[in-house]
Design a binder for this molecule. Sequence first.
Ligand code: HEC
Ligand code: HEC
Ligand code: HEC
Ligand code: HEC
Ligand code: HEC
Ligand code: HEC
Length: 365
Amino acid sequence: MKKFASLLTFSVLTVFALVVLFPSCEGPEGPTGPSGQDGINGTDGTDGVDANSFCIECHTLDNKNAIKTQFTTFSKHGNPGFELAYAGGRNDCAMCHSHQGFMETTMTGRDTIGTAIPIPVGLQCETCHDFHMTLEEDGFPDYALRNNKPVSLLVDGHATSIDVKGSGNVCSYCHQPRMQAGFPLVPNGTDSIAIHSSHWGTHYGTQSVILMATGGFEIPGSLPYESTAHKTSTDCATCHMNKDGGEGVGGHTYRMKTIDGVENIAACTTCHSSATSFDINGVQTEIGELIHHLEELLMEHKLIDETGHAIPHSADNGLGRKFTSNEAGAVFNLLLIHYEGSHGIHNYKYTKALLTNTIEMAEAW
Ligand code: HEC
Ligand code: HEC
Ligand code: HEC
Ligand code: HEC
Ligand code: HEC
Ligand code: HEC
């Protein structure tokens, strides 16, 4: 029994030695042969696509956070005022005043929503962005914009559309004049226009049509309806999203001036190298004076009140008769240019022609 046990121990140890300690028992090595010649170097492979150098021009967390801050701190889009609750859910306002209204109307192609929105929210990143149209580098910059197609205009009942350069159609869907009673107005037309409300006119955001030199009441006069080169050389983002002006302007603030009124001149000096203020060649001053002159004329003719609103035709302080199309057109032009807010910067030539020719007409009344 003892002998059997030691035999067993011996065999186990032998197996252990064979399997574990000498796993590859081979015969003795032969003499080492001479080393072979080095092979020829292979040619370098072509560089792979460096995803980092291209995608991260935009996609870094720092950039995203900076954009979020700009958007929610400085832009009314991301930080809307009372008009979100007032207009964001309403049938004929929501398309421009809430995320849901914009999403619904860009999908349905209608100007109104199906049913009032009980809890409207302000613009989100996804209002303007969805996904890239391409991921090929030569297709960039591609800003993954959602609705960057020509804008069919409300103001003439969708008879015409505008196609703003670059990313400008995204802005112009909302920054366009609205349709009102009597529109579209025809210069020297025979219709008389009933004005029932002091809110008659173009509404606030009229910038896109002015930039594109269209949509005004083009009464013939001494100036031709020409366009400044901004129509072809810039889009909304060129100026409003220029990032070189420091905090509080440009990028996703969309602002041209800080809250304290400091102008983002960097947005102009790329082309107007000697500019020191927006009032290049005194253009804003000149347009401001023309606006003031037209206002005085229209007040004299009882078409607008001292707050700049149209006077309903049957009001005590009003005309006592409906407006002629030229009278309504004069008020229309004033409001179009007043609410465009740039005093001639968006399109100096078109703005000056509308104001000058309207003033000539009103002076002859
Ligand atoms: C010119 C700037 C820019 C470049 C370059 C760029 N993107 Fe984008 N990308 C955007 C913007 C803007 C959005 C939409 C807003 C957002 O999600 O930040 C977006 C969205 C995306 C989304 C969707 C993100 C989401 O949360 O839904 C993906 C995925 C994406 N990009 C991938 C890429 C890839 C991959 C590349 C490189 C091949 C690339 N992008 C290059 C600007 C850019
Ligand atoms: C076609 C788009 C559009 C529609 C439709 C629209 N708005 Fe606006 N609204 C704008 C834009 C753009 C601005 C801001 C323009 C600017 O700051 O120059 C604005 C500004 C306003 C303001 C703020 C004015 C201020 O002093 O800041 C109010 C109030 C307002 N809208 C109410 C309404 C109401 C009420 C309706 C519906 C009856 C309506 N809007 C329909 C585009 C629209
Ligand atoms: C009102 C529309 C709008 C909204 C809302 C918006 N963007 Fe943009 N965004 C644009 C446009 C337009 C451009 C392209 C600018 C250009 O043409 O130079 C852009 C460009 C970008 C870019 C690439 C350029 C850059 O600055 O790096 C990024 C990234 C981006 N957006 C992210 C965002 C994020 C994140 C949000 C939400 C916090 C957001 N955007 C909200 C309109 C919008
Ligand atoms: C969905 C509709 C919508 C789109 C798209 C949109 N806007 Fe606006 N924008 C508005 C409204 C509404 C206001 C007024 C908001 C308020 O007063 O609360 C406004 C206000 C502004 C203002 C002045 C208020 C401020 O924040 O200083 C500027 C400048 C502006 N938008 C520029 C742009 C530019 C540039 C684009 C395109 C990149 C754009 N908007 C796209 C609806 C829009
Ligand atoms: C050539 C540069 C330039 C272009 C292009 C441009 N803007 Fe402007 N925009 C300005 C300047 C400058 C102002 C006025 C700043 C001031 O004096 O207060 C202004 C004013 C505005 C205002 C009024 C801002 C406020 O605080 O009330 C809005 C809204 C606006 N622009 C929207 C747009 C939209 C939308 C587009 C494209 C359709 C556009 N802009 C194209 C330079 C530009
Ligand atoms: C991408 C280039 C570009 C940018 C950016 C630009 N402009 Fe211009 N601007 C032009 C061109 C081109 C003209 C046409 C010059 C002409 O017709 O004499 C012009 C004309 C003008 C005019 C009319 C001048 C006149 O006397 O006829 C004014 C005013 C003006 N720009 C102001 C501005 C302001 C303010 C900014 C910045 C907010 C700006 N521009 C940004 C290219 C640009």
